[in-house]
Design a protein. Structure first.
Length: 500
């Protein structure tokens, strides 16, 4: 018997949703304020996933995302396949509900289209009723923008997905369900003559997965809890999507909040009980190990992490912390990522820099290594390898006022407005260094450097922290103090991430 072990995606693939087309499964996730956004993952067995692209090249409106907005942007997308096209709907809590669509998962994807404008509109999900030709849209609410939460609103939607056709109706009020709070993340389906909404409640760290059903889209709905932690180690198992294989097996993919690691993705078996309600996991509790889906065996696979940066290009696993601009990264004939030392008045705070190139923090103990060379004569120019969250730490190189290049290690607490030294600067002969961050249990990070004499530890252990909704990120950056003129560049080569 082939088995799999959860999580099947052990990194911050937040708020996943999944769709099947033929024998292929596709998954997308929240990307918040990073660009490109809306990652696109592919699998043939629901266990092994690879990253094949992004559906959103840049966030819009452009001016809103010229600077980092780490917890804003793309929240909780819904992934659907209809009329021979892929569709992704998401909510931007400050603007409204958007969608993009494409004839193939690798594109070309349309530019974002605003389906419904408004503050606090989040977690939208469409449904095209193949029996009647009607189309619907359900969404939740963010109290931070609208003053409203714990309720789901339903609309009739134009079949072309461009607009809603009414003012909307409250179809599920969580305040009327004893013990329920923070109802959000609805996914809408039609099954066995019922409209189904699979939606979590109770908060991301402590909540549960609910199911709602009604004979009519606008209700009334009855509810049931179908997945909860019980005596397992999987806190808050909820918010995800149901998918059926070609042979009729049902599966549910959801996230688990794991602090600095973000929201990792679990795969749960699902079946329909004799009373017509879904049964998820092991009688409503998450499974840790389970028999694999009855699909053709696939070679082990996971989203890429390592990168040699051929020709100066970076892999799909990387995203900027804001919409990128020309000149941040330079293509060239060799290998290595060449980042311009962008001049900025915010050089002292990585959280404010738009030109940090990031990827997700690994969910298991790992070591991250990269070679760095600083090509800048500008005093104060710096570049490095960072662990970036509400607090951050980085290690790298800086050109000193006396002209020498130093290894520096800096950090900032969550409440700090500027970084400070985590260790004393050390000379870096030739302006080169190999950097290493060892990420241990609890996302505790140990920083090391090697200038040719072997790895040396630097500073105290740093505990990575998430943003409010986003897990901690690994980052590469180059920056210089505010001023005029070109400030040089930095080159990163041979980035490797391996398990400890």
């Amino acid at each position: 018997m082939r088995t799999y072990t959860n999580p099947v995606l052990n990194a911050d693939w937040s708020d996943p949703d999944v769709v099947r087309v033929g024998d292929d499964f596709y998954l997308t996730a929240s990307s918040f304020g990073r660009a490109p956004g809306l990652p696109l993952l592919h699998s043939r067995d629901l266990v092994n996933w690879t990253l094949v692209g992004h559906a959103l090249e840049r966030l819009e409106p452009e001016a809103e995302f010229r600077t980092p907005r780490h917890d804003c942007g793309v929240w909780a997308p819904a992934f659907r396949y209809h009329d021979e096209r892929f569709w992704i709907f998401w909510g931007d809590p400050d603007q409204g509900i958007f969608q993009v669509n494409a004839p193939a998962v690798r594109g070309p994807w349309t530019r974002p289209h605003l389906v419904k404008a408004g503050k606090g509109l989040i977690d939208p999900c469409p449904l095209w009723d193949e029996e009647t030709g009607d189309a619907y849209l359900v969404h939740a609410w963010a109290k931070s923008r609208s003053g409203v939460k714990n309720r789901l609103t339903g609309h009739r939607m134009h079949p072309d997905g461009t607009e809603v056709l009414d003012e909307g109706k409250l179809i599920v009020d969580g305040n009327r369900i004893p013990g329920w709070f923070t109802l959000e993340g609805p996914k809408l389906y039609k099954h066995d003559g019922w409209f189904w909404i699979l939606a979590p409640a109770g908060g991301v760290e402590t909540g549960w997965q609910g199911a709602f059903r009604s004979r009519g889209f606008f209700g009334p709905y009855e509810e049931r809890i179908v997945l909860e932690q019980r005596d397992t180690d999987v806190n808050g198992p909820h918010q995800g999507g149901w998918v059926r294989t070609r042979t009729g097996e049902d599966w549910f993919l959801h996230f688990q909040q794991r602090g600095a690691y973000g929201r990792v993705v679990h795969l749960q078996p699902m079946r329909w009980g004799s009373d017509g309600w879904p049964l998820i996991g092991d009688d409503g509790a998450p499974v840790a190990v389970h028999e694999a889906p009855g699909l053709p065996p696939q070679p082990p696979a996971a989203p890429a992490t390592d990168d040699d940066f051929p020709g100066g290009r970076f892999g799909r696993q990387w995203s900027w912390t804001a919409n990128p601009r020309d000149g941040w990264a330079t293509q060239h004939s060799g290998d290595g990522l060449r980042l311009s030392c962008l001049r900025s008045a915010d050089a002292h705070d990585l959280r404010r820099l738009p030109n940090v190139l990031t990827q997700r923090l690994p969910g298991t103990p790992s070591a991250v290594e990269v070679d760095l060379t600083l090509h800048s004569e500008e005093p104060g120019a710096r570049a490095g390898l960072a662990v970036l969250g509400d607090a951050f730490g980085w290690i790298g190189l800086q050109r000193g006022s006396e002209g020498a290049v130093h290894v520096v290690h800096r950090f900032a607490e969550a409440v700090a407005e500027a970084e400070r030294d985590a260790d004393h600067p050390r000379l870096a002969p030739g302006g080169r260094v190999r950097l290493r961050i060892e990420i241990g249990a609890g996302a505790r990070c140990r920083f090391l450097y090697d200038t040719g004499r072997g790895p040396r530890p630097s500073g105290p252990v740093f505990a990575a922290t998430p943003w409010r909704w986003v897990g901690a990120l690994l980052g590469l950056f180059a920056v210089a103090p505010a001023g005029t003129g070109h400030a040089g560049a930095a080159t990163f080569t041979h980035l490797r991430i391996h398990s400890l």
